[in-house]
Write a protein that binds this ligand. Structure first.
Ligand code: SAM
Ligand code: SF4
Length: 342
């Protein structure tokens, strides 16, 4: 892949790797391209999306996105996840996928989506170079899905997953946010669903964010009981490879699918952190639960600024904390995950 062989502002000799004080290497960029969303997930945007006073036009444009991705790729990034808000709400989503895929050094172009457009558009995303898909499905019961997301789109999302498998995606990752009173007992139905499908179902513990009120206290459920159930029923923890993220992945010989557990409140969760985030307006976030973010946009205006851009990112990285402080109730500046891309 790669249109910008030889035209990068950095020569090969200059190329380096983003690394922090704890020797964690960052090769994975999560890039938000919009914070607009059409769903109203109870744990994210329960009242729907409300513009924060700026127009959508102030989201990064394609040229700015390309410059960010070039800079990260020149410093060792091999995987970019395009997220939001709902990234597919951008009319130029497929062009963005194509442009990221066509960057030297980028081997994986992933997305996280609520899936409502997947059935109709996944073929064109694949053609554009999308390699990995994460789709959110918090319940396999259409009514409950509607209740959690505020949208009656369960069947559209399911058709999208089936279509993606049909056209050759080898595995689809499905995100399920664990919510005690909604899907706390749904493990058997999820297990049944993945028995014959190559789906990695990822249970994500609910994370407390700035705008969340009593929901966290009412709905947070630890992944421990799921882990115990899996282990008691013959599931085995998959050995992590060097570049794997913080999910604990379980496999079983009778199942085509896998189960992932994302437990941010568990000790050691941040040790394998390998990702950086850039918001839809061009701020670097060192942690999902960090502070305000480091402005990058002024350094996205010309190709010649790449060296300065890299220096600012590396400078910020030198201040990255060893872990988040969620256990102490410190949620950082993130009002909800739609704002910087979950
Ligand atoms: N709209 C897309 C979607 O829902 O997949 C992408 C953005 S969404 C913010 C990314 C992921 O974050 C989704 O899987 C969502 O379920 C998850 N998420 C959002 N808020 C969360 C929270 N407070 N705790 C845990 N996961 C959350
Ligand atoms: Fe939208 Fe995703 Fe947030 Fe749900 S989790 S409201 S789909 S951004």
């Amino acid at each position: 892949m790669g249109e910008h062989d030889g035209v990068s502002a950095l020569s090969q000799a200059d190329s380096k790797q983003f690394v922090d004080r704890y020797e964690r290497k960052f090769y994975y960029l999560r890039l938000s391209i919009t914070d607009v969303c059409n769903f109203k997930c109870t744990y994210c945007l329960p009242d729907g999306y409300h513009p924060t006073g700026r127009k959508n036009s102030s989201f990064l444009d394609q040229t700015e996105i390309k410059r960010i991705v070039n800079a990260f790729a020149d410093c060792g990034t091999t995987k970019v996840r395009i997220t939001g808000g709902e990234p597919t709400l951008r009319k130029d989503f497929t062009d963005i996928v194509a442009s990221v895929a066509d960057t030297r050094g980028i081997k994986k172009v992933a997305m996280t989506t609520n899936g409502y457009r997947m059935a109709k558009q996944v073929d064109s995303w694949k053609d554009a170079g999308l390699t990995n898909i994460n789709v959110s499905v918090d319940s396999l019961d259409p009514k409950l899905f509607h209740q959690i997301t505020g949208e009656n789109k369960f069947h559209d999302v399911m058709n999208g997953i089936e279509r993606a498998l049909e056209i050759g995606y080898e595995q689809i990752k499905v995100n399920v946010v664990l919510l005690k009173q909604y899907n706390g007992n749904a493990l058997p139905s999820f297990l049944h669903w993945i028995k014959s499908r190559p789906i990695q179902l990822r249970f994500i513990e609910l994370m407390q964010t700035g705008e969340m009120d009593s929901l966290f206290q009412e709905q947070h459920q630890s992944g421990v009981s799921i882990r115990n159930h899996l282990i008691a029923n013959g599931w085995l923890l998959k050995v992590k490879e060097a570049n794997d993220g913080p999910a604990q992945v379980f496999i079983h010989p009778d199942y085509l699918g896998e189960i992932g557990l994302i437990m941010p409140y568990e000790k050691g969760f941040c040790e394998t952190c390998n990702r950086l985030r850039v918001s839809a307006t061009g701020k670097l976030h060192l942690c999902l639960f960090g502070e305000e973010g480091v402005e990058l946009r002024d350094l996205l205006q010309q190709d010649e600024q790449e060296k300065d851009l890299i220096a600012r990112i590396q400078g910020a990285l030198n201040t990255k904390s060893v872990s988040h402080f969620l256990q102490e109730g410190k949620t950082g500046m993130t009002p909800h995950l739609a704002s910087i891309g979950g």
